[in-house]
Design a protein around this ligand. Structure first.
Ligand SMILES: [Zn+2]
Length: 164
């Protein structure tokens, strides 16, 4: 097209048939074409983003849906924030033992409340390392306690050979 135009302008303008309106309309500059391609690309991206974000519960990316029926029953009249909200979201917290900053992820929360049946009013308070330590400490305390009980029981049994 541009070749014809140049040709017309230069020499044989008179012999060249003038273009009608629709023909002129069809002609687009490179700039126009680039803009159109850009706009089309943008429309495509927006459409794709919408598709990704369309979820049954209107919740932000990276969050996990709450299934209230799976939660442990509570006698409280209140409703925890995450239940009201409808989804779990990553939650930063400071370990109560060592003070380190850690994130309680949405997936971990779902597991705690819906799989492990943790109380809906409890939250993560210890970092991973301190949690493991605390678990070991509790297990050890329980073991010592049970051992003590067993010894006492054996001592109180008549004819056990051990006299108090
Ligand atoms: Zn810690």
């Amino acid at each position: 097209m541009s070749l014809i135009v140049t040709h017309c302008r230069q020499s044989v303008r008179a012999t060249c048939a003038p273009m009608n309106r629709t023909e002129i309309k069809k002609m687009k500059s490179n700039k126009q074409r680039r803009q159109e391609i850009k706009a089309q690309r943008l429309r495509r991206v927006v459409k794709k983003t919408r598709a990704v974000n369309s979820r049954p519960v209107d919740r932000p990316v990276g969050t996990v849906e709450v299934t209230p029926i799976r939660l442990r029953a509570t006698t409280s009249y209140g409703i925890p924030d995450f239940v009201r909200r409808g989804y779990y979201q990553d939650q930063p917290f400071r370990c109560k033992d060592c003070g380190v900053e850690e994130v309680w992820t949405a997936a971990q929360q779902r597991w705690w409340y819906e799989v492990a049946q943790g109380d809906v009013w409890t939250m993560a308070v210890r970092c991973r390392a301190c949690r493991r330590q605390e678990r070991a400490r509790k297990a050890e305390a329980r073991r010592i306690h049970l051992e003590g009980l067993a010894i006492k029981r054996a001592q109180s049994l008549p004819g056990s050979g051990i006299s108090a």
